[in-house]
Design a protein around this ligand. Structure first.
Ligand SMILES: [Zn+2]
Length: 276
């Protein structure tokens, strides 16, 4: 399933490279690293990546600390988002208390989100610039050897207009830099192990690793209090949101659609993985 993307690591010249095959997907880590960062949003992709990286560190008894980088965004339209990502962090911290260390949070102004102001500098939106820039700053400031990001691939039959087209690329058109690049100036590796991985594989891992309680802590929905009917009924406006209150998923946004698609594919995917 991942033969093409796994092969990309052959081009990596690193004598400390440790490659762990997780149900078909190769995930790479440098065994000499001391501190790494992982972008954890509160969604299912980044929670799984954090779980897998911590599991690899534990299995091989590596001396690597994991630090979490979280972006606090959309507080005016999804005020629960920050709380939700903290629950996912707490859950993972309970599972790996000796591996997960700090949680660094950075703020993204709602005004600079792609959906609000669009691409504003050289084709990039404010939030994209902030995420890329802060990841590099964090690597430097907190002396990280690598930053992992869990951006995954769109379902291959996805034709929704509101999908992010930068998640469409197939492994056949990929290069090593799509999954692993090295910033010489900062001495940091930027790693994207899920670049060519679709959500059905990701959700299947929660079943296969018996961590559905972690899955149920995550939230992918990007429905908000200005657009989505089910959410407006529960939280008519910002001041109605109380921390920790139940907020339904919208069942309309792209992310709800992707999660539902993945859940419908889980059985087939597990069969596919078991049959190699
Ligand atoms: Zn939604």
């Amino acid at each position: 399933m991942f033969n093409v993307s796994n092969k990309l690591y052959d081009n990596l010249n690193n004598q400390n490279l440790l490659i762990e095959n997780i149900n078909g997907l190769d995930i790479a880590i440098d065994s000499s690293w001391k501190r790494i960062g992982i972008n954890l949003s509160g969604g299912a992709d980044s929670a799984l990546l954090t779980f897998l990286i911590c599991s690899i560190i534990k299995k091989h008894n590596l001396n690597i600390d994991v630090n979490i980088i979280t972006y606090q965004r959309c507080w005016t339209t999804r005020p629960w988002q920050g709380w939700w990502s903290l629950q996912v962090f707490n859950k993972l911290k309970t599972m790996f208390p000796n591996i997960i260390k700090e949680r660094y949070t950075n703020y993204i102004p709602p005004e600079l989100e792609y959906g609000v102001s669009g691409p504003i500098i050289n084709g990039r939106s404010g939030d994209q610039i902030i995420v890329g820039s802060f990841n590099k700053f964090a690597a430097w400031q907190y002396k990280l050897d690598a930053v992992y990001n869990a951006t995954s691939k769109n379902p291959s039959d996805d034709t929704r207009e509101d999908r992010m087209s930068n998640r469409d690329k197939d492994a056949e058109n990929g290069t090593l830099s799509d999954i692993w690049s090295y910033n010489k100036e900062l001495n940091v590796a930027l790693v994207h192990p899920f670049r060519f991985v679709q959500k059905d594989w990701i959700v299947a891992q929660y079943h296969m690793h018996d961590i559905l309680d972690l899955y149920n802590t995550t939230r992918s929905c990007e429905g908000d209090i200005k657009i989505n009917k089910k959410i407006i009924e529960a939280v008519p406006q910002l001041s109605d949101y109380k921390e920790g209150m139940e907020v339904p998923v919208c069942e309309e946004c792209w992310w709800c659609h992707e999660r539902k698609w993945a859940e419908s594919q889980v059985k087939t995917m597990i069969e596919k993985i078991k049959n190699g």
